[in-house]
Design a protein. Structure first.
Length: 354
């Protein structure tokens, strides 16, 4: 039996940052994740994808963000159960929980935090009759290493942030990038839409709007796609390519967590956002993309905020009646469980207390 103060389900950015916030409160943490390494989607699906909305980082690769978070939580010595899926939740008479994985590993904690991102997921695939024939032969659903596409021809389909961001990024990597979207308007960030439009004017991206890929051609590997134009009279375009990358998002599934008696709304866990992101089961919290509440924004930085608030509530549950005096890290530094401490600089402290 693995004992801890806070059991975190999900080792993505939100789950990792929870370790830091809990560590500041001297609470020990342990993380369960079905993937073989920490980082969640950032590590498994798009480690080389640039992220633009992390405070103080104008741009950071998803994999680098994970590395930074791992370095940040190192003083707090979290435990990890990796390559195992949280299977069952049992609430004991004292209000604590036992979570058992699909491999039989048992974990005991007074607080359980579900930070599982989108849960288990599968890519949403376009309805193209011979799509499966070219999977792993030119059709891919996730970009892990952009160097694979260096000096290659690439066709990307989609109208969201992922399609826009990768089209922009690969414009300087691939020999030719085509972006196909079935509408004129994109769903991504305005800045990304403007960048893609500018690159299209410069001839670095071939932009097909009001269009969709309808057929694939090739012998052993993909050689071309057919783009159907939905504008009347424009017909079809034959586009030679080495890779077709449909980026239509992920189809999320909660998996076994969906059977834990939690209140679910549209495949997400409902929480009390007015207080602490607790679920309908006292002592079980949900933070990050896996939760839902009025006004919810599915952003990494939102998950970071939710982690900080949740940990304050968890501290009170674990230490009932004990008063905690919050200290800014600029004043108190960061002290690990081994007693090591990163001291705040004197001049910074003076500037705050002056």
């Amino acid at each position: 039996m693995i004992e801890t103060d806070i059991l975190i389900i999900g080792a993505g950015p939100t789950g990792l940052f929870t370790v830091f916030e809990a560590g500041l409160l001297k609470l020990r943490t342990h993380i369960i994740d079905a993937l073989p390494q920490p980082g969640g989607q950032c590590a498994e699906i798009y480690p080389k994808k640039p992220i633009y909305d992390i405070p103080a980082f104008p741009e950071i690769l998803a994999g680098d963000l994970v590395e930074n978070l791992m370095q940040q939580i190192e003083p707090f010595e979290p435990g990890f159960t990796l390559a195992e899926r949280a299977e069952t939740l049992e609430k004991l008479d004292d209000g604590s929980f036992i979570v058992t994985t699909n491999k039989g590993t048992k974990h005991h904690a007074p607080v359980v935090v579900i930070a599982g991102g989108l849960g288990s997921f599968e890519p949403r695939k376009p309805l193209i009759s011979n799509l499966a024939d070219f999977e792993d032969k030119g059709v891919v659903y996730m970009i892990k290493d952009p160097e694979v596409y260096r000096n290659k021809k690439v066709v990307i389909s989609g109208g969201g942030d992922s399609a826009l961001d990768w089209a922009i990024f690969l414009a300087d990597v691939a020999s030719e990038v085509s972006l196909v979207h079935r509408r004129n308007e994109f769903r991504g960030a305005l800045d990304s839409v403007e960048k893609a439009s500018e690159l299209a004017k410069l001839g670095k991206i071939k932009l097909f709007t009001q269009a969709e890929v309808v057929r694939l051609y090739g012998d052993d590997n993909l050689e071309a796609v057919v783009v159907k134009h939905n504008d009347e009279g424009k017909g079809e375009s034959y586009v030679e390519t080495d890779y077709f990358i449909p980026l239509f998002g992920l189809s999320p599934k909660l998996g076994p967590i969906g059977n834990w008696g939690l209140e679910i709304e549209k495949n997400a866990i409902k929480v009390n956002n007015a207080y602490d992101y607790q679920t309908n089961i006292a002592g079980v919290y949900a933070i990050g993309d896996v939760n839902t509440y009025p006004g919810k924004l599915k952003l990494i930085l939102s998950g970071f905020h939710e982690a900080a608030v949740m940990c304050q509530s968890a501290y009170q549950k674990i230490n009932p009646g004990k008063r905690y005096v919050m200290k800014y890290t600029t004043v108190g530094g960061v002290e690990g469980f081994d007693g090591s401490k990163k001291e705040a600089k004197k001049e910074v402290v003076q500037s705050i207390t002056a």
